[in-house]
Design a protein around this ligand. Structure first.
Ligand code: NAD
Length: 248
């Protein structure tokens, strides 16, 4: 029996990268999966089919996580379609990098809205049903950059550090209702985003990682299974670094 048998998860930004890996691992572990996408309907529908082949219920929703009303509508739609849900994974995220000297107000606002405000939008919308069933797990995908900062990513670092403060506050507010809130802070994970980097740069990164390799999306998905499952039933308000030991 899978670790997530009988549970239903909402995953934002599920059609590629880390979100897709989490959706796949969740389906393998027996969870029903509702995931959102922004533009690539074809990819999303293909994934819906792949996930369903594990014998679970899967549905893709076109929904912009940075919009509050869209988040409310999504939770409503998922409740109608699935009856209930147990896990919320705030994974949608973007980067708009640049040194602060050159960073525009728009670059700042966009990253804060998509990465940080989306967590508020979804979590606030999901609160009532989770509190009512007195059980639930909220998982925020932060970043090592939110823990230690990064030159050229002041907006991204602030959004990801904000997610950590948000995670801990939600854990304090909702613990008595049986709802847990944790964050995962991935280090350098191989995705489409990192494919663009040249080999020399990746080698330099690897040299600085104690486990001597960049992370795979499955490494992050495994941590998400832990936080979503009853294996972590006494764990809340935590930030788990999945970074090969980079930040120790
Ligand atoms: P990705 O670009 O492959 O995936 C991001 C997903 O979010 C995409 O599916 C995209 O469509 C979706 N998305 C973007 N804006 C959205 C919006 N407004 N509403 C709904 N969906 C939206 O990137 P990834 O590497 O898979 O990143 C996933 C998460 O992990 C992000 O929050 C990212 O910040 C975080 N992260 C990634 C790394 C890494 O090394 N790849 C490291 C640390 C943290």
């Amino acid at each position: 029996m899978g670790l997530l048998e009988g549970k239903t998860a909402i995953i934002t930004g599920g059609s590629k990268g880390i979100g897709r890996a989490i959706a796949t691992k969740y389906a393998q572990e027996g969870a029903n999966v509702a995931f959102t996408y922004l533009s690539s309907e074809e990819k999303a529908l293909a994934l819906e089919g792949e996930l369903a082949s594990f014998g679970i219920k899967a549905k893709a929703y076109k929904s912009d996580a940075s919009q509050y009303e869209a988040a409310e509508q999504l939770v409503k739609d998922v409740m109608e379609e699935f009856g209930s849900f147990d896990i919320l994974i705030n994974n949608a995220g973007i980067t708009k990098d640049g040194l602060l000297m050159r960073m525009s107000e728009e670059q700042w606002d966009q990253v804060i809205e998509v990465n940080l405000k989306s967590s508020f939008n979804l979590t606030k919308s999901a609160l009532r049903p989770l509190m009512k069933q007195r059980a639930g797990s909220i998982i925020n995908i932060s970043s090592i950059v939110g823990v230690r900062g990064n030159a050229g990513q002041a907006n991204y670092a602030a959004s990801k550090a904000g997610m950590i403060g948000f995670t801990k506050s939600v854990a304090l507010e909702l613990g008595s209702r049986g709802v847990r809130s944790n964050a995962i802070a991935p280090g350098f994970i191989a995705t489409e985003m990192t494919e663009k980097l040249d080999e020399k740069m990746i080698k330099e990164w690897e040299d600085g990682i104690p486990l001597k390799r960049v992370g795979q999306v499955e490494d992050v998905a495994n941590a998400a299974v832990f936080f979503g499952s009853d294996m972590s039933s006494y764990v809340t308000g935590q930030v788990l670094l999945v970074d090969g030991g980079m930040h120790t």
